[in-house]
Design a protein around this ligand. Sequence first.
Ligand code: IPE
Ligand code: IPE
Ligand code: MG
Length: 246
Amino acid sequence: MREADDNRSNTAPGHVAIIMDGNGRWAKARGLPRTAGHKKGVDAVRRTVEAARELGIGTLTIFSFSSENWRRPEEEISDLMGLLRFYLRSEVAELHRAGIRLRVIGDRNRLSEDINRLIDNAEGLTRDNRVMTLVVALSYGSRLEIVHAARRLAEEVAAGRLSPGAIDEDALSARLYTADIPDPDLIIRTSGEKRISNFLLWQAAYAELVFVDTLWPDFTKRDLEAAIEEFHRRERRFGATTAGSR
Ligand code: IPE
Ligand code: IPE
Ligand code: MG
């Protein structure tokens, strides 16, 4: 699978992950409250999920709320949680009709009980869908995810169920939230910021990174296609020599 030139085809990347950034700036530029940007951001999510499905992407991960976003003002957090409730209530039937499986990754303990219930219902309803997997990263932070995985390994060793020598990359991967999800091939960040912000640090080891200036509420299918075209121009080597020099 990991051949040096595996992205030089016209097939869509198997897993695209998006850091959806710029809602606040989109609103500010229009003299609107930040919530207005987040609302438009939900429309962009809807558009992008549909576009990803049309393009034949197998897994789409969207970074919706980070573990660090809990530091935002209470009012903004409550607006974002309200939009999340709205999305989970209004979109899940449509996702299901489209054959999309929904998965949520992140620290679920910090989410309210009713949101956890909505997530459980959505994941349960869509479990067997195979057209595309939509992974929503919520209250997600990669360092904490790795810490939790390390703690689980330590607990298993302490309980005598695992020997320290058996801890390898696969053993750690298997204890991340993303255990059953392939690593991202392409990570897109909108809004012109060029950083990862604690997103999929382990899983992104060999992802191609594409940074675009578009603010998230303005993101369209065309932007997604352009990022995928950029991905196809890259040469993935996975540490090996270039394809031509073998
Ligand atoms: C992304 O937009 C949405 C979340 C992080 C929840 P921001 O809210 O970060 O928007 P900017 O970066 O302030 O423009
Ligand atoms: C990253 O955006 C998190 C999400 C898109 C959910 P932020 O706006 O929170 O990131 P920083 O603070 O600019 O790094
Ligand atoms: Mg931001």
